[in-house]
Design a binder for this molecule. Structure first.
Ligand SMILES: *[C@@H]1O[C@H](CO)[C@@H](O)[C@H](O)[C@H]1NC(C)=O
Ligand SMILES: *[C@@H]1O[C@H](CO)[C@@H](O)[C@H](O)[C@H]1NC(C)=O
Ligand SMILES: *[C@@H]1O[C@H](CO)[C@@H](O)[C@H](O)[C@H]1NC(C)=O
Ligand SMILES: *[C@@H]1O[C@H](CO)[C@@H](O)[C@H](O)[C@H]1NC(C)=O
Ligand SMILES: *[C@@H]1O[C@H](CO)[C@@H](O)[C@H](O)[C@H]1NC(C)=O
Length: 347
């Protein structure tokens, strides 16, 4: 049996977000078009961008088995890769309107045509393998986990009745594309609780309140001249030990994502003014030697390069020294103390 009015079985469906979500990913990749893929009988074709290198996915209704490729790619030749798959029936079915309905199960819409009955489901649902009058929710999260991990949601995919949504870790907000996660800048939004003596450092997924103390270095004394800088107090004439101590100590805090590609220049430093004829740059001590290298990038500039990927979450500290020389005689040393906050995620 089937309803005289097919809309009796037509319930309120949430629109499937899939097309909306996936589409923005493709905006930057123009190319030659493939023809629209042939429709899949007893199944669905997912994907609505038919440009070079884009994919369409095939999904059979429950009760049907996919024969052929799950995915086809739009090739240079403006043809889809592989052969068109088909859905092979693995059960026979009858049709009538169901009455009891849960959120992940809906009634199918059945249409009578030339002595046969054809039941279809709204987007986000497919014909139940147990009962063809019912539509069951398609788990888009699971579907994409198998075919293209990470493409549906950057972080967590939550399947819902007829649809799905993406979620981000604490400290991130969901992007306008509804799939990506953007760090919330607590420092800029002033939602941090750093005191006035502290400096707020935004990190991926959070923030830190940092407060620097001038280091105690023998033979010289330091005074804090800005929240992130200490300068050496003047040395007594002839106190060579004092003149050998760093002229200034700068503090630099940075936030990076986990597993950054290498090599990556993290920042450059240069002298504000130069008295001598030569500048030398290097790592001070052996903190950070496994991950970083300090290289010259110009006559007056050096750069900190990440040479080996760092897996977060982690906090790394290292000291960079810049020495100013005049005819091989040291004029002054400048130390930059770097702290790197590495995100637990690669975003
Ligand atoms: C596309 O594929 C068909 C058969 O697979 C072939 O006959 C046709 O020449 C192809 N078109 C192009 C533009 O390569
Ligand atoms: C299909 O589901 C409907 C509604 O839940 C039920 O009335 C019917 O008996 C079921 N048919 C079969 C073959 O299980
Ligand atoms: C500041 O906020 C963080 C996280 O919101 C919390 O863990 C910390 O205890 C707070 N510190 C103070 C001093 O309130
Ligand atoms: C401090 O000065 C003394 C005497 O000049 C010297 O022996 C010592 O190495 C210096 N210490 C540092 C940390 O530079
Ligand atoms: C780090 O990135 C590389 C590619 O840049 C990738 O192959 C590797 O799986 C990533 N490692 C982790 C732990 O995510």
């Amino acid at each position: 049996m089937f309803p005289t009015n097919p809309s009796l079985c037509f319930l309120n469906f949430k629109p499937l977000l899939l097309e909306l979500l996936v589409q923005p990913l493709y905006l930057f990749f123009p190319g030659s078009d493939c023809p629209p893929p042939e429709p899949l009988a007893n199944g669905r074709v997912l994907g609505n961008v038919f440009k070079l290198d884009h994919q369409v996915h095939f999904l059979c209704s429950p009760g049907f088995q996919l024969m052929g490729p799950e995915t086809r790619v739009c090739l240079d030749s403006q043809n889809w890769s592989g052969a068109q798959p088909s859905c092979k029936s693995s059960s026979s079915s009858s049709s009538h309107c169901p009455t009891s309905i849960s959120t992940h199960v809906r009634a199918s819409r059945c249409i009578e045509f030339l002595d046969s009955t054809h039941c279809t489901c709204e987007q986000g649902y497919s014909i139940s393998s147990h009962n063809s009058t019912l539509c069951t929710d398609i788990d888009e999260c699971e579907l994409f986990r198998r075919t293209r991990p990470g493409r549906l949601c950057l972080h967590t995919c939550v399947n819902t009745a007829g649809s799905f949504h993406c979620e981000c870790p604490a400290g991130y907000s969901l992007g306008r594309d509804s799939r990506s996660c953007h760090d919330i800048d607590e420092c800029a939004r002033a939602t941090h609780n750093c005191s006035s003596e502290q400096v707020c450092v935004n990190t991926y997924g959070g923030h830190r309140c940092v407060e620097v103390d001038c280091p105690r270095i023998r033979n010289a004394t330091y005074i804090k001249t800005s929240p992130l800088r200490c300068d050496r107090n003047p040395c007594i004439q002839g106190d060579n030990a004092c003149f050998q101590a760093p002229v200034s100590i700068n503090f630099h805090f940075m936030s990076v994502v986990s597993n950054m590609s290498t090599p990556t220049v993290l920042f450059r430093l240069s002298a504000a003014r130069i008295l001598g004829d030569t500048l030398r740059f290097g790592l001070l001590g052996n903190r950070g030697v496994q991950h970083f290298s300090v290289q010259r990038s110009g006559r007056l500039t050096g750069q900190l390069v990440l040479v080996n990927a760092v897996q977060g979450p982690a906090t790394l500290e290292l000291d960079i020294e810049m020495s100013e020389m005049e005819r091989r005689v040291l004029l002054g040393r400048y130390v930059t103390k770097v702290t790197l906050f590495v995100s637990p995620y690669n975003f």
